[in-house]
Design a protein around this ligand. Structure first.
Ligand code: NAD
Length: 510
């Protein structure tokens, strides 16, 4: 299809002008409405992308890295706008929103620097006597069009940052942001234009789940981040066209606190990594197991910290620690997990109900629960809110058993002053990443894969696979010693067969 035949996606949208209101969850106001793109609109985006992609791939790594170097500076220069946009549509505090900007600039720098290295041609040893003298090369080529579908909790990091390696590999990308938080994506589209990304290389498909489905249909690869439930639907849909997918899904991250842990550090970390971003982090601490001998002391320390947390809308740096509940139905989930726990005998140490803040908005109080067990929803289902259920365990063995008693396997953390013991425990926990004496921050070790086990995901982001997955691999074998005829070629004769048989036996008998 030539570029002149491509429809204008906004024109298609004008024919079906369904819109979604984007809300400021910390204030309860509507910010603006965005169009819901239908199948035709997404197909038009795809057609544009396919026209633009070959030139972008041909431009080379250096040219693409320059775009991301400019984007990195753009994100810093326009920091206030970026933080304000993220904060307004998610209800994040200033610090939680600026964390996204911090992680994004590191991501841009990482991929600009390392993409060429990860995608360089590789020489492979032929490893067979039949290939003596042959040269074997493995090369990576962009798949073409990557569809990235993102969640609402990190509209910059868990949506656009997965586009960065796809673009650096030479792909065109269509990003389908969450319908709850599309404004950051639209700002990023402006950034990419300002920073020199050619038209059609990076586009946004605003809309809901149906729009996401259309993006799956037009893509050569789908990178999805969201709930396990939707991940299954996306994988099923992609299977119809045999489109490969990477799924970054839900989690129920366990924290194991050993009796020999630095309890002050562990308590500070539990409060921070449990309540960061209002607990709406796929890799936040969702459940804590503490050895019995230090349980009460740990609970007292955590509760004292959580009680002091201030909740509210972003009124600038340092004005609140815990922001709003971004997604309306999430409030019901959080409340129901707390109610279910209490109904089954749990105790609320602090918090426990809907919060309030000046200016209205949707909040849940930072909550610490004790006396919990695995019969309760708060220990088995993803809560995705500012709650921290803490369970007493007899010993580390029980802690490990409980941590592994989950359908999820995204991340976990182990807390002990004995680092070797911490590592031994980490190796037994069934999760894609385990931190010892830290949590979450492995995310910014961009050279290491981040992906879930069990129902927490398929594939991974970051590291070599984080960019190679957006490529097709091609093996090229070049025969350098090329006689008129090789011994394995026709005709078959008894003499040649015996000779070959003896050679194989000689080489592989031992
Ligand atoms: P969600 O699954 O409801 O939605 C995610 C995205 O999928 C949205 O853009 C949505 O519009 C789209 N979508 C919905 N139905 C679709 C369909 N049928 N086909 C294609 N796309 C469709 O998730 P959410 O509520 O936005 O995000 C919260 C979830 O994301 C939590 O479970 C959290 O743990 C998870 N998450 C995981 C990671 C990770 O790295 N593992 C990171 C962030 C969030």
């Amino acid at each position: 299809m030539s570029s002149t035949e491509i429809q204008d996606p906004t024109a298609t949208t004008a024919a079906a002008p369904r819109t979604i209101d984007v809300e400021d969850p910390a204030r309860g106001t509507t910010i603006r409405s965005i169009p819901v793109m239908d199948d035709d609109a997404v197909a038009s985006l795809a057609a544009r992308a396919r026209v633009a992609q070959p030139g972008w791939a041909a431009a080379g790594f250096e040219a693409r890295a320059e775009v991301f170097d400019r984007a990195r500076r753009w994100l810093i220069v326009n920091g206030d706008r970026v933080i304000d946009t993220i904060s307004r549509e998610t209800g994040k505090t200033y610090e939680d929103a600026s964390l996204e900007q911090t992680v994004a600039v590191q991501s841009f720098a990482f991929w600009a620097k390392n993409a060429a290295k990860y995608l360089a041609d590789e020489r492979v040893s032929p490893g067979s006597p039949l290939l003596v003298g042959a040269k074997v090369i493995v090369r990576y080529e962009a798949v073409g069009l990557v569809g990235v579908i993102g969640p609402w909790n990190y509209p910059l990091v868990n949506a656009f940052c997965d586009c960065v390696p796809a673009l650096m590999a030479g792909n065109a990308v269509i990003l389908k942001p969450s319908e709850i938080t599309p404004l950051t994506a639209l700002l990023v589209e402006e950034m990419m234009r300002d920073c020199g990304a050619p038209e059609g290389v990076f586009q946004i498909a605003t809309g809901d789940g149906a729009t996401g489905g259309a993006v799956v249909d037009v893509s050569d690869y789908v990178m999805f981040t969201g709930s396990t439930r939707t991940g299954r639907i996306v994988m099923e849909r992609a299977a119809k066209t045999l489109t490969p997918v990477s799924l970054e899904l839900g989690g129920k991250d366990a924290m194991i606190v050993c009796a020999d842990a630095d309890l002050d550090r562990a308590a500070n970390a539990a409060a921070y990594y449990g309540m960061l971003n209002g607990g709406q982090v796929c890799i936040s601490v969702e459940r804590v197991y503490v050895e019995a001998s230090v349980h009460d002391e740990f609970v007292a320390k955590v509760t004292a910290i959580v009680q002091k947390l201030r909740q509210g809308a972003n009124e600038g740096p340092g004005t609140a620690e815990v922001g709003a509940v971004t997604f309306p139905p999430q409030l019901d989930i959080v409340r129901s997990h707390v109610e279910d726990a209490v109904a089954h005998g749990a105790r609320i140490e602090t918090g426990g109900s809907e919060g309030s803040a000046p200016g209205g908005g949707r909040f849940f109080q930072p909550t610490v629960l004790t006396g919990v067990d695995h019969g309760m929803r708060c220990m088995r289902e993803e809560t995705f809110g500012p709650t921290l259920p803490i369970m007493k365990v007899a010993d580390v063995e029980e802690g490990i058993r409980m941590a592994n008693d989950s359908d999820y396997g995204l991340q976990a953390s182990v807390w002990t002053k004995d680092r070797a013991k911490g590592e031994r425990i980490a190796r037994r926990v069934e999760a894609g990443a385990v931190c010892v004496n830290d949590a979450i921050l492995n995310y910014v070790a961009f050279g290491a894969p981040m992906g879930g086990w069990k129902t927490s995901g398929v594939g991974s982001r970051h590291g070599a696979n984080g960019i190679r997955k957006y490529c097709r691999t091609q093996t090229i074998m070049i025969k350098r010693i090329a006689p008129r005829k090789d011994i394995n070629m026709f005709p078959y004769t008894a003499r040649k067969s015996k000779l070959l048989g003896r050679a194989v036996a000689m080489l592989y008998r031992r």
